[in-house]
Design a binder for this molecule. Structure first.
Ligand code: ADP
Ligand code: MG
Length: 305
C-alpha cells in the first residue's frame, strides 16, 4: 500500500503587477508515490527555482494545489479534503527546513517550541508526559532534554539546532519527514552527521524522508530513489544510483556534467551552465511525457518535430 501518493499535481502562482498579471507555473503535473511498507529516502533534485520547495509545501499542506491531488494512506489530504482529514494528516508528515535559526523563535528557549508541538500532538498538558516525549525525541537525534533545557537558539551551533528541529519533527512519530535543504545552513564539517542522522531515522526507526537538495554528491550517498526537476517538471525518476551513474534525460546529463568538482563546500553543488539555460529555453512549450521504462526508471521524452 502507499504512504504518499502525489497525483498529477500542478501549482500556478498568479502575481498581479502594474503591467498586468503574470502566471508562474512552479510545478507541472508532478506524480510519484512512496510505499508504506518500505521506508526510503526519496530525493528531489533541482536547480534553484525548479519547484522543489513548492512541491514540498503542497505535500505539507502549506500550499494549495492548483490541480491534481495528494493522498496519504489512500485518503485525500490536499485542499479539497475536509479540515478533519487535513488535521489528522498534519502529525503524519513533518517538515525540517533549511534554516533552523528561522524555525525557532530567537527570544524563546528551544524547549518551548518542542513543548508546544508535544502539547498539540499528544493532546495533553501533563508536564511529565510532555518532558518524556521531548526527551525521547531528542535522544533519537543524539541529544537529551538535559542538554537542551534552558538554552536559547543562539546558544547552539547550526548543526545542534538542526538536530533540535529534527527532534521537534519526530515528536508526533511521523512516518514521513520532508527535509528541504536541511544541511545547507549547517557548517560543512557537521553536514555529514545530519545526513547520516536522516539515514539512521530511515534504517532504525522506519521513517521515510523526502529529501530536497541541489547537491548531487549527497543525493547519491543518501537516496534510495530520486526525481530530477527542471522548471517545475520531473524529467527523470528512478533508483538514485542508476539515474546518477547513467542519466538519460539531456537535462540530467547536463546537471551531472555541471557539478562543481571543487573542494569542500562547493563539492557536488550544481552550477547553471549556459547549455542548461539554452536547453531549458528550447524545451519551453514542450511538455513531453514521462515514460516508464523496463529498468524501473521514468524519463521524459519529447515528440520530434
Ligand atoms: P526551489 O525550491 O526549487 O528553488 P521554488 O519552489 O521555491 O523552487 O520556486 C519555484 C518557482 O515558483 C520559482 O519561479 C519561484 O519564483 C516561484 N514561486 C515560489 N513561491 C512563489 C510565490 N509564493 N509566489 C509567486 N511565485 C512563487
Ligand atoms: Mg527551495
Amino acid at each position: 500500500s502507499t504512504l504518499l501518493d502525489v497525483r498529477d499535481v500542478s501549482k500556478r502562482f498568479t502575481m498581479g503587477g502594474l503591467f498586468g498579471r503574470k502566471v508562474v507555473e512552479a510545478v507541472s503535473n508532478a506524480s510519484f508515490s512512496l510505499s508504506a511498507e518500505k521506508p526510503e529516502i526519496f530525493t528531489i533534485i533541482g536547480e534553484s527555482g525548479s519547484g522543489k520547495t513548492t512541491l514540498a509545501r503542497m505535500i505539507l499542506g502549506l500550499e494549495d494545489v492548483t490541480e491534481g491531488e495528494i493522498l496519504f494512506r489512500g485518503e485525500k489530504v490536499d485542499r479539497h479534503a475536509g479540515r478533519e482529514a487535513r488535521l489528522k494528516f498534519m502529525g503524519n508528515v513533518q517538515p525540517v527546513f533549511q534554516n533552523p535559526f528561522e524555525a525557532f523563535n530567537p527570544l524563546k528557549k528551544i524547549e518551548r517550541y518542542l513543548e508546544s508541538t508535544a502539547r498539540r500532538f499528544l493532546h495533553t498538558n501533563d508536564k511529565a508526559v510532555i518532558d518524556k516525549a521531548m526527551d525521547e525525541a531528542l535522544q533519537k537525534v543524539g541529544l537529551s532534554l538535559k542538554e537542551v533545557r534552558g538554552r536559547f537558539p543562539h546558544e547552539m551551533s547550526g548543526g545542534q539546532l538542526q538536530r533540535c528541529a529534527i527532534a521537534r519533527a519526530l515528536i508526533p512519530n511521523p512516518p514521513l519527514l520532508i527535509a528541504d535543504e536541511p544541511v545547507s545552513m549547517v557548517d560543512a564539517s557537521l553536514r555529514m552527521s545530519i545526513v547520516n542522522l536522516l539515514k539512521s531515522l530511515r534504517d532504525d526507526l522506519g521513517v521515510s524522508v523526502i529529501y530536497i537538495t541541489h547537491d548531487l554528491a549527497t543525493a547519491y550517498y543518501i537516496s534510495n530513489r530520486l526525481i530530477i526537476m527542471q522548471r517545475g517538471r520531473i524529467v527523470e525518476m528512478g533508483d538514485a544510483r542508476t539515474v546518477l551513474d547513467n542519466p538519460e534525460h539531456p537535462y540530467s546529463r547536463l546537471l551531472k556534467g555541471s557539478v562543481l568538482s571543487t573542494d569542500d563546500a562547493g563539492a557536488g553543488k550544481l552550477e547553471t551552465q549556459p547549455e542548461m539555460v539554452k536547453l531549458a529555453n528550447d524545451m519551453v512549450g514542450k511538455p513531453g511525457k514521462l515514460v516508464d521504462r523496463p529498468d524501473g526508471r521514468s524519463v521524459r521524452v519529447y515528440e520530434t518535430a
